[in-house]
Design a protein around this ligand. Structure first.
Ligand SMILES: *Cc1c(COP(=O)(O)O)cnc(C)c1O
Length: 400
């Protein structure tokens, strides 16, 4: 009998979720990618180049830091996996490097991407500068206006930022426009998707490219704790890529409990939320069957979160399945809980986290640990980009 697995199956599904729902015109392109990605990712040449760049360009391995004051506060042995220390400030670069190497090996000559807050756009523009490839980043016009610094970073890196004026002019609309571009240029263009979303094989491909995170956790825990697994893994989820990377090598290891923090916004009953696992229903979004925040007619409801990187109306099919199968516990962490957690980490450990990452930290007050529990929480990015929001919501006086 085959062991139960939560990884993707041959057809590109995780239980009831996943698949590849793409327009006819993209069928061959997606099929070519599906056939190519595993042989390339597993080839010696790819692995050498990928790991050399992760080491010398990104600065990996990222540290596994024992947070003593936070551990004391929450009554456990808490380690932080420091993806905030990567080049460009978050985990997204791990994936962008992998995909651009894959694009080159497949003979593609042009890169497109979508971005919301601009973090994935910056990571993609960065690797395009590195590899000397033309890059167009689709971004909703609303986001272009409110993420000015990241727009300038992308332009300085040589990317073309294409403002999208349709719909609500945010991430969902930028993604639709990127897919439209892909339909027009399937031959020469590679679409670098920034999270574990989109048609198969993207969710599995992105999870594998981020799995360097859990591979390092295994080695680092063995060195520090004498055993290569924790009792708990914790991460935030937008589309799900930093969480997928954090849990990848532990997904089928039931000794390890998985806790995922999604963006509750103003609360899951407020109508202003991005908590897709709590509030979504089965639908199709951007080529994948998964949970979607939608109304009774299947119209996508605009999500809301204080954190632009979690403000997405879908969720990776892997995570939808982990939640449905009760392999992962998913908590909706509201704006105020995330803000409080960000100030707490800053004051106790001297680390200013990204607002997204603060949604993982925001689960801590609700956990029931034993003193000897080993907990690994991924800090997906650094908070420099969120300073304006932090200063507009001072929580340092409210810390007990
Ligand atoms: C984009 C982003 C996220 C959310 O994306 P996932 O694919 O769910 O990881 C989380 N943290 C940071 C710092 C990000 O930039």
């Amino acid at each position: 009998m085959k062991m139960k697995t939560y990884h993707v199956n041959e057809e590109g599904y995780y239980g009831n979720f996943g698949g590849a729902y793409v327009p006819e015109i993209l069928y061959k392109t997606v099929e070519d990618l599906r056939k190519a990605y595993l042989p390339i990712l597993e080839s010696e040449a790819f692995r050498k180049e990928y790991h050399a760049l992760l080491k010398d360009y990104v600065g990996r391995p990222s540290p596994l830091y024992h947070a003593r004051r936070l551990s004391e506060k929450y009554g456990c042995k808490l380690y932080l996996k420091r993806e905030d220390l990567n080049h460009t400030g978050a985990h997204k670069i791990n994936n962008a490097i992998g995909q651009i190497l894959l694009a080159r090996k497949m003979g593609k000559t042009r890169i497109i991407a979508e971005t919301g807050a601009g973090q994935h756009g910056v990571a993609t523009a960065t690797v395009c500068a590195l590899m000397n490839m033309p890059c167009r980043v689709y971004m909703g016009a609303t986001d272009v206006a409110r993420q000015h610094v990241n727009v300038e970073r992308m332009k300085m890196l040589g990317a073309e930022v294409y403002p999208v004026e349709s719909g609500n002019k945010t991430l969902k609309d930028a993604t639709n426009e990127a897919i439209r571009d892909w339909c027009c240029h399937p031959q020469d263009t590679f679409y670098i998707i920034g999270s574990t979303v989109g048609p198969h094989p993207y969710p599995d491909m992105v999870a594998r490219l981020q799995s360097v995170i859990s591979r390092e956790i295994k080695e680092q825990l063995l060195e520090k704790e004498g055993r290569n697994y924790p009792d708990y893994l914790m991460a935030c989820v937008g589309g799900g890529s930093n969480a997928a990377g954090t849990i990848y090598h532990y997904i089928d290891d039931e000794r390890v409990k998985i806790y995922l923090g999604e963006a509750g916004g103003h609360g899951i009953d407020s109508g202003e939320t991005a908590a897709t696992i709590h509030c979504g229903s089965l639908g199709i979004i951007h080529g994948s069957r998964t949970l979607v925040i939608q109304d009774e007619d299947g119209q996508i409801i605009e999500p809301y979160s204080i954190s632009a990187g979690l403000d997405y109306p879908g969720i990776g099919p892997l995570h939808a399945n982990l939640a449905q199968e009760h392999r992962a516990t998913v908590m909706a962490v509201n704006d105020d809980e995330a803000l409080r957690a960000a100030y707490e980490l800053t004051r106790l450990e001297g680390i200013i986290p990204a607002l997204e990452s603060a949604h993982a930290l925001g689960m801590l007050p609700r956990m029931k640990f034993r003193k000897e529990d080993v907990v690994v929480l991924t800090v997906s990015g650094r908070g420099d980009k969120d300073l304006d929001t932090y200063l507009a919501h001072r929580y340092d006086e409210n810390l007990e």
